[in-house]
Ligand binder design. Structure first.
Ligand SMILES: [Zn+2]
Length: 394
């Protein structure tokens, strides 16, 4: 069984409006005043109901005169959202308005390659199906932690995903789940998630900086992801912050990621533990045999001066890069997200102070720099948003 798609741009625009919730025909008429007559609007809505993409939903409160019929997206609309990370995978099923109906998560190792990871993914999707969350999917959105050719739906030379280079991920998921699929990188999906249901709901132009194992940036222009010519826009982790800096795993010198991000922070924390400057970190190393970014956060919360300094140093480097981006892009909002963002307010304060000091007042006068609101679900909400943008287009 194949699900229907909108037949023209008018129908697609109506579906995107209904994605934000049920509307009366009168409200939809107000929102689409450009170029669609009331009779045309009603005909398109009736057609969407025929196609089982929308359905009647009672009547709106009277605005004086006849009560206007409410319309909503079909109650059977379902999207699968698949957020593949380096060490875990999240799978969710949403309704047409992108409310998460079910969400499961499992540890994986992306370095095992596509076959075993996708086995787990399809198992988790099957589990949600067995729970009765869907009978037929209208689409699936997929995120991976690496560069993606958006046009081809394949990862391209992803540094932390050996075995995935040019693997036909979009096609494989589309065939297995019998629905349209779209693939993007995880940072862009987090930005889409915050745009749809998080802290960027009212913002059309913003940046989302993800600080996880590595560092990346999602760029939203006019309410849409900006991907650049080949899909690599926002790959800021390998911008140079110091030409005399340390060697980065990418082969260049002094990259942002060589200074900050989960891997760099863990390495710096381990050396602080070994050289005896931080008793907190030394205790973690002795207890578990390694130190992680979370250990740094914990040590900082207990007032460990070395841990606090590591976070400040990292925040300053991110702030330097971000100050340049703010001057260049003039965003209305900057969101700090990803696992290392849980270092929280020490990190945020440092980033803010550098950006506010180094960018021009006109760019920062009205620029909130905030932490992610959706945190762990940003990726799956963004994946659902990505595929719904595709399905609700014509
Ligand atoms: Zn690099």
């Amino acid at each position: 069984m194949k699900t229907n798609r909108p037949e023209n741009p008018h129908q697609a625009a109506l579906l995107r409006l209904l994605r934000d919730g049920p509307r009366s025909r009168a409200q939809l008429n107000d929102l689409t005043s450009d170029g669609m007559s009331r009779s045309k609007l009603n005909a398109e809505l009736d057609r969407l109901i025929e196609l089982d993409l929308a359905e009647p939903d009672g009547f709106a409160e009277s605005r004086g005169g006849r009560r206007s019929g409410l319309v909503r997206l079909s109650a059977t609309t379902r999207f699968a959202a698949i957020d593949i990370g380096a060490t875990s995978v999240d799978v969710a099923v949403t309704d047409g308005e992108l409310n998460v109906l079910g969400h499961v998560s499992e540890p994986i190792d992306i370095r095992n390659g596509p076959a075993p990871v996708l086995d787990r993914v399809f198992d988790l999707v099957g589990k949600l199906r067995e729970q009765g969350l869907y009978r037929q999917l209208n689409g699936a959105g997929i995120g991976v932690p690496g560069p993606v050719s958006f046009a081809e739906g394949v990862p391209v030379v992803p540094p932390i995903m050996p075995g995935w280079n040019r693997y036909p991920l979009r096609e494989t998921v589309s065939q297995e789940l019998a629905c349209p699929a779209m693939l993007d990188n995880d940072v862009n999906l987090m930005a889409l998630g915050e745009l749809h249901a998080g802290v960027a709901r009212q913002v059309d132009d913003f940046l989302l900086v993800k600080i996880g194992t590595g560092v990346g940036c999602g760029i939203v222009v006019d309410g849409r992801i900006y991907r650049g010519v080949s899909g690599s826009a926002g790959d800021i982790g390998h911008m140079m912050v110091d030409e005399d800096g340390p060697l980065c795993p990418c082969g260049n010198i002094g990259c942002l990621e060589a200074y900050f991000g989960g891997s760099a922070l863990a390495a710096q924390a381990e050396s602080a533990a070994r050289n005896g400057t931080s008793p907190h970190l030394a205790a973690r190393l002795a207890a578990t045999g390694s130190v992680t970014a979370e250990d740094v956060a914990m040590a900082a919360a207990q007032g460990d001066p070395v841990a606090i300094q590591l976070i400040r140093d990292g925040g300053r480097r991110v702030g330097q890069v971000l100050a340049g981006l703010v001057s260049f892009f003039n965003p209305g909002l900057v969101i700090i997200a990803g696992g290392v963002a849980r270092l929280g307010h020490i990190l945020l304060a440092e980033i803010r102070s550098v950006v506010y000091r180094r960018s021009l007042p006109l760019a920062t006068g009205n620029l909130p720099i905030v932490l992610s609101e959706l945190e762990d679900v940003a990726g799956v909400v963004g994946a659902a948003r990505l595929i719904s943008d595709h399905v609700y287009s014509a």
